[in-house]
Design a protein around this ligand. Structure first.
Ligand code: URA
Length: 265
């Protein structure tokens, strides 16, 4: 074997070892940050191939809502605080649907008014209804870990839901409630003007993307919602029931982190 061929082979082997180490370190990272217990060596390649297939899947092309795109005029931080307070006051008085009758608190949203990253969940549960704050139960604790896994603090992002009032017995939101409550969320998004929205679960993803496509198909890809990047992933409550899918959320949230770092998707 010629010496130049030997050196090429050596370089290729080095590159392969480096890429394997990167994969391994990501997996160890995930185990440490999410408390996931799935560290196995064999499916590494499969995980990566399938996520690449997802991105190029012809089944669902990421959509750009150019026809819907708004010209965004970003407010100053103090204007955002003022506008959010005004909106919160209105939403707290909302009686547009029956959910107002059973609520303890309206769960408006929380976090940095000028956040680059905004999470949108489904609806308040028991603890959120009692405390008036989104994602404070078990799913919320997992969401906090997900946020921290990309080097952010909960207070540095904004967290809101599609519905601002708790549905009885935590049932799914119905179409009427979604239609009546979503305008509040749209106004929140307009004020905060985040760089990226992370939609958590079926209802947030389907509502914001105006589709009936499953979360399994929607997750992990970049879309645009009214000119703002949007990436959907599984809901933390789903992850509590299906911890094996934590690795998919880790892959998704890293895309969000990289987008925030690099500004490209
Ligand atoms: N699940 C949600 O979707 N939102 C919350 O605020 C809490 C749990």
């Amino acid at each position: 074997m010629s010496s130049s061929l030997k050196s090429t082979r050596l370089q290729e082997t080095k590159a392969e070892i480096l890429s394997l180490l990167n994969v391994l370190s990501d997996k160890v990272d995930l185990e440490r940050k999410f408390g996931a217990n799935y560290l196995q060596l064999s499916p590494i390649r499969k995980i990566y191939t399938s996520s690449e297939e997802d991105v190029t899947s012809p089944l669902l092309k990421p959509r750009t809502d150019t026809h819907n795109e708004r010209i965004k005029v970003e407010l100053s931080k103090s204007e955002k605080i003022k506008e959010l307070k005004k909106l919160e006051k209105q939403v707290k008085q909302c009686t547009k649907c029956e959910l107002c009758k059973g609520r303890t608190n309206v769960v408006f949203g929380t976090g940095a008014p000028d956040a680059d990253l905004m999470f949108v969940g489904e609806a308040p549960g028991h603890y959120e209804d009692v405390q008036g704050e989104p994602f404070v139960g078990r799913a919320g604790q997992l969401l906090t870990k997900i946020i921290e896994s990309i080097g952010l603090k909960r207070e540095e992002v904004y967290i809101a839901n599609i519905l601002k009032c708790r549905p009885p017995e935590n049932r799914n939101p119905n179409a009427n409630e979604i239609a009546l409550c979503t305008p509040h969320l749209i106004k929140q998004i307009e004020i905060i003007c985040p760089k990226i929205i992370c939609a958590l679960g079926t209802f947030a993803a389907q509502t914001l993307l105006d589709t009936k496509e499953t979360i399994g198909k929607l997750r992990g890809k970049f879309f645009e919602y009214q000119g703002t990047k949007l990436l959907a992933t599984y809901h933390p409550a789903y992850l509590l029931r299906n911890p094996n899918d934590k690795k998919k959320v880790w892959a998704d949230i890293k895309k969000v982190r990289d987008f925030l770092k690099e500004g490209t998707s």
